[in-house]
Design a protein around this ligand. Structure first.
Ligand code: ZN
Length: 500
């Protein structure tokens, strides 16, 4: 048994190293690569991905797993070997159930669909993208079919990003959350609006960068094991547990955008840096899921980065970088401004209070498409009527409506929910953290994040993918993912800011 485990782990280690190399090529592609390098880079990435896929789907792994199964069944279910086996088997099945013919057809369809989506968005004409989206929806149903039996075809799609999460769970959470968020936004909109115009003056790029680095250092980001660079669409990437890189985008006429992006990616990066080095090269060494990842980024961006204790410490620092722009703006005024709520058309620009409604709309669309209850041709109308119902705003065109996100043109169905789930998890963890660390607010006010990071390391980061997301959250908070803490957090915060 030990020998079989060692053999599979050796393959996992090799593939992990190949994936790190591919990640480095991908990072370079969107940071420093000259545009002329695109084609060669594409070839290198495709070759590496092919080698990794071939190794991971080798039939001999399936045979070894089958041989191991009866021995594993006799071990303590909490042991490393049992946990490792479960994750390895799950990953192997995901990678082998889709036939090679389907994978190739899918790659071809999504390449064309992305081009069509881009053109459709530029011309703001949904009909250009419609036939491609129709075929991708059919392929999503086909993909789900390879994972039958299931309670709902959407389960298979969701499981790609949230292992073990069921459609019924997400539906129940969102049905509970939706009316309460709609009500909260109505209350906010009935109150006098906050003035945030001073956030849109000129803020030199270098000073914004320097302030962001100061915050990352305070959070405990270890720059001997990572770095930050500029890019267009910020992301985090890892080439190993000792080289985790984040990226940011800074706009000179918008102070909040870059600052929040830096803190958001910082949260993702701290998670990757906190994974257990003992499992760095095997199946337990990666993050638990996209929602858990997003809970970490959202916590640093919002629960910390938009909180009063944080700004009590950092606002004087920020003012020292921008004395002429912020010298006459008080702390309270600044705090209210970075927390302004304004229903808007674009998801990625949405504030904390409205963000989840953008996600719920997308889940309804995806479910409707997969269940065959909504025809692709009717999407723009469906989208616009739901925007009006949830947020009270109607897109003037498809580019600012149904065509705004890249995900569906990449064939990513089931992905969006993880953003909203991440928000809920962040607040759920935050409640427990405040219970475990009664001095948490005082620490943040002093710019101290050591205990906070240690708590996250111990309770979340270090476990990697040992537990499925729902299991992990239940172990830490005592219940599965629930909207209560997030609703309470939003209500407490905004009733104070908007005085209702
Ligand atoms: Zn994120």
């Amino acid at each position: 048994m030990e020998q079989l485990i060692a053999k599979i782990k050796a393959i996992q280690a090799e593939v992990t190293a190949i994936e790190h190399a591919a990640a480095l090529l991908g990072w370079d592609q969107v940071t420093y690569m000259p545009s002329g390098g695109a084609e060669d880079r594409g070839n290198s990435l495709a070759a590496l991905s092919n080698i990794a896929h071939t190794k991971l789907t080798a039939p001999e792994i399936g045979e070894m797993l089958a041989e191991l199964e009866p021995h594993i069944a006799e071990l303590n279910p909490e042991s490393d070997d049992v946990r490792w086996f479960k994750v390895t088997k799950r990953n192997y099945e995901k990678q082998t159930r889709l036939p090679a013919e389907f994978v190739m057809r899918f790659a071809r369809e999504t390449t064309i669909a992305q081009m069509k989506w881009q053109e459709a968005r530029e011309k703001s004409d949904f009909s250009i993208f419609q036939p491609n989206l129709e075929s991708l929806v059919e392929m999503a149903k086909e993909a789900a079919g390879f994972f039958a039996p299931y309670d709902h075809p959407y389960d298979a799609l969701l499981d790609m990003y949230e292992p073990g999460m069921k459609t019924a769970d997400v539906k129940a959470i969102f049905n509970d959350l939706r009316p309460r968020q709609v009500e909260l936004i109505k209350a906010i909109m009935d109150s006098p609006q906050v003035d945030d115009s001073f956030l849109f003056q000129q803020f030199p790029k270098q000073a914004q960068w320097d302030f962001g680095m100061e915050v990352l250092n305070a959070f405990g980001y270890d720059f001997n094991r990572g770095r930050q660079d500029y890019t267009i669409h910020p992301f985090t990437t890892s080439f190993g547990v000792n080289d985790v890189r984040i990226t940011t985008r800074i706009l000179e006429n918008n102070l909040v955008s870059g600052m929040m992006s830096t803190m958001h990616e910082g949260g993702h990066g701290l998670y990757e840096l906190g994974l257990d080095p003992a499992h760095a090269y095997d199946a337990l060494g990666s993050s638990a899921s996209l929602a858990i990842h997003e809970s970490q980024s959202r916590m640093f961006e919002n629960l910390i980065g938009r909180s009063m204790p944080f700004w009590k410490h950092f606002y004087p620092r920020l003012q020292s970088y921008f004395p002429s722009q912020l010298g006459n703006v008080g702390l309270e005024q600044f705090y209210r401004a970075v927390n302004k709520v304004q229903p808007s058309l674009i998801r990625v620009e949405a504030d904390e209070a409205t963000y989840n409604l953008h996600i719920m709309l997308r889940l309804e669309v995806e479910m409707g498409l997969i269940e065959g209850k909504i025809a692709v041709a009717h999407l723009p109308e469906f989208w616009n009527s739901k925007m009006e119902e949830y947020l009270g705003v109607v897109p003037p065109d498809d580019a600012q409506g149904v065509l705004q996100d890249v995900h569906w043109s990449n064939g990513l169905f089931g992905y969006f929910s993880t953003y909203a789930l991440g928000n809920l998890v962040s607040a759920q963890l935050w409640e427990v953290m405040n219970r475990d660390m009664p001095n948490l607010y005082e620490d943040i006010e002093k710019g101290k994040f050591y205990d906070l990071l240690t708590w996250l390391r111990t309770n979340i980061h270090n476990h990697g993918s040992r537990y499925e997301p729902q299991e992990l959250i239940e172990r830490v908070t005592g219940s599965r993912i629930t909207p209560e803490p997030y609703v309470k957090y939003l209500t407490d915060k905004y009733s104070a800011i908007y005085k209702f």
